[in-house]
Design a protein around this ligand. Structure first.
Ligand SMILES: *Cc1c(COP(=O)(O)O)cnc(C)c1O
Length: 402
């Protein structure tokens, strides 16, 4: 059957009619344990009663007014983000890429209003993913996303992660900022060392650069802290947020210090939908749950439990799992088999996991996952490993008999 949808996604032949907590109910009549959470978006799982209530209550009041008017729900959400982070100000967008666009524009504008409009270049890191707009594909620097879309947006220089010499060499009189994911998500759950992040901070301070953290995937409790930078001992000047912040409602945010944001005055940037009352109501409801006493501690504890159980699986199935990486409930399994085979084998066990770069399968369960559901997922992964090993044996036997 041909689809009227633009075929830019390689979709799995599976669709869902409802969700509840960590479970998705397929139209095939099967129940799936969701360890993908819509790519780290459904932070509180599916149909969380508090989010449903917030959304439906706001839906019967007012959805959208535009940013021509005051939006008290947005003032409140911004204030709560400010109170719980390094930031002084917040800009709301509808997506991660737009949050990064705001971050990039802010960094350039900062230098422009400081009298240095020539400082517009931003250093990014190999394996990064920052979105799919023209600027963010240039920031991400991946050839496969840039190809065929005209000249790459000027002003992005890329160096390998952890390569301090290359970084120092690329910083010049036109450099405005450094931009990095504390843990690369799409790149394959690759953690950046705290030592390297500290070097970035020091370089920013000594060269007058802004440090931008892309916490679109790592943020909103995913690693067991509200934001991953809290683990690192390093504070950025600008931070982009999206995915989990809306719990499934499209919402992004660009957070910044007052200093970094000083060029962003009335009229310099904008959005029609960003920060509308419906999105703000849901964002506040997400924070109600995530900021409740003990919630993040539980995420941290469950993350350690998951990591330990996955390490045991790796020891039992070295022919399938090569490495366990990540922090909190943002875990990656680098697989020996193609990650796509592993993901298909997991799906056959009715467990949803997501691919990433470096032959990694990502485990991004909703943060409300229970210990029992973690055990359930581990059992399903074990079964998937066994099925893959059985397949390897059959292939080997066939090879031997040929
Ligand atoms: C998902 C993601 C983005 C892009 O977000 P969209 O909402 O798809 O635009 C940017 N950066 C990181 C780290 C991401 O994980």
């Amino acid at each position: 059957m041909t689809s009227p949808l633009l075929p830019v996604f390689a979709r799995t032949d599976l669709s869902f009619e409802k969700g509840e907590g960590a479970w998705l109910y397929g139209r095939d009549g099967e129940r799936y344990l969701d360890f993908g959470a819509g790519i780290a978006v459904n932070a509180l799982g599916h149909a969380h009663p508090h989010l449903v209530q917030a959304l439906t209550e706001q839906a019967s009041k007012v959805w959208h007014t535009s940013n021509l008017f005051q939006i008290p729900e947005g003032e409140r959400l911004a204030q709560r983000l400010v109170d719980n982070t390094f930031a002084d100000v917040v800009f709301f967008s509808n997506s991660g890429a737009e949050a990064n666009e705001a971050a990039i524009k802010m960094a350039r504008k900062y230098h422009a209003v400081n009298g240095h409009p020539e400082r517009f270049r931003i250093v990014t890191f190999e394996g990064a993913f920052h979105g799919r707009t023209l600027a963010t594909i240039a920031a991400g620097g991946q050839a496969k996303y840039l190809e065929g879309f005209g000249p790459k947006v000027e002003g992005f220089d890329q160096v390998p992660v952890e390569d301090l010499d290359a970084l120092k060499a690329v910083i010049g009189p036109e450099t405005a900022a450094l931009m990095i994911e504390p843990i690369q998500g799409e790149g394959g759950i690759r953690t950046v060392s705290n030592a390297f992040l500290r070097e970035l901070r020091a370089l920013c301070d000594s060269h007058g650069l802004l440090l931008i953290f892309d916490e679109i995937q790592t943020g909103v409790g995913r690693t067991g802290k509200l934001f991953a930078y809290e683990w690192t001992g390093v504070t950025p000047d600008i931070m982009s947020v999206a995915k989990g912040i809306g719990g499934g409602f499209p919402l992004g945010a660009c957070l910044a210090t007052a200093e970094a944001a000083k060029g962003m005055t009335a009229g310099t940037h904008g959005t029609t939908f960003g920060g509308n009352p419906l999105a703000m109501a849901v964002g506040n409801a997400v924070l109600d749950v995530i900021l409740a006493p003990g919630f993040l501690k539980e995420v941290e504890r469950k993350g350690l439990l998951l990591k330990q159980r996955l390490a045991e699986l790796k020891d039992r199935h070295p022919g399938v799992i090569d490495e366990v990486r990540g922090q909190g409930l943002m875990m990656g399994l680098r697989t020996v088999v193609p990650n796509t085979d592993f993901i298909a084998a997991a799906r056959a066990e009715k467990l949803l996991v997501i691919g990433a770069g470096d032959n990694v399968a990502r485990l991004l369960p909703p943060l409300i996952i229970s210990d029992a559901e973690i055990s359930d997922a581990v059992n399903r992964i074990e079964a998937a490993c066994a099925a893959l090993e059985a397949g390897q044996k059959t292939t080997a036997q066939q090879g031997a008999s040929q």
